[in-house]
Ligand binder design. Sequence first.
Ligand code: ZN
Length: 283
Amino acid sequence: MKLVRFGPRGQEKPGLVTADGRLKDISAHVRDYDHDFFAGGGLERLLALAATPDALPDAPAGVRLGAPVARPRNVFAIGLNFSDHAKETGKEIPTEPVLFMKATGAVCGPNDPILIPRCSVKTDWEVELALVIGRTARYLPSKEAARDHVAGFCIANDVSERSFQIERGGQWSKGKSSDNFLPLGPWLVTADEVPDPQALAMRLTVNGETRQSGTTALMIFDVWHIVHYLSHFLTLEAGDVVITGTPPGVGMGMKPPKFLAAGDVVELTIDGLGRQRCVCEQA
Ligand code: ZN
């Protein structure tokens, strides 16, 4: 299934995308795709609704898409999970997953503007595979067990302000958490429709020029390892979002470095997960 949320920001309704690409409104049946939905077996209930899509009303044509999950309790992010990206940023290849946090308020829709923060001079892009936790995970016994705790996958742009992140003291969260620094979607594709999350091409363009062209096959730590690993340090709650690292080709790694400016168009694709298109705006 492909889960979507649509409507004005803050008033999104839950929906489904049918196999032939129609957007259906399921707000009569489901309140929202939030912690309670995933924790309460919502995906199983949704399967029954998805079986008869013609019985569901259409969503309005041309409606805005929100992030495919409601504001999560946590957004966990893995840094430097591709060796070539670690190299381009001048960092050592990590021996354990590098964890940082993004503010949950940074989540926005897949086609919302990327807001360039005031005083920013180094707003950068990062295409990433995101996963959504479907069942609370703590102290998982194995990598294999992680499969039962992931609801599905979507595209994320881990937008990053490099001067805030690196030059303004302390660790990374300051440069990762501005408004609209986490476009998610367009859809949450359930895990059953992503048979191998480690075999997905991922691509990002700026104004039509390819900047990142990678594959999840080259992750240092795969998604199941990440979920298993994190569960030994913290509780992953249903509805939480985990973003799993970016391939090489970010602006800070270019020679000379390039960053985003108002008017730039950033487009992201990952195999089977759709496309994002964001225009940059000054905050
Ligand atoms: Zn990242």
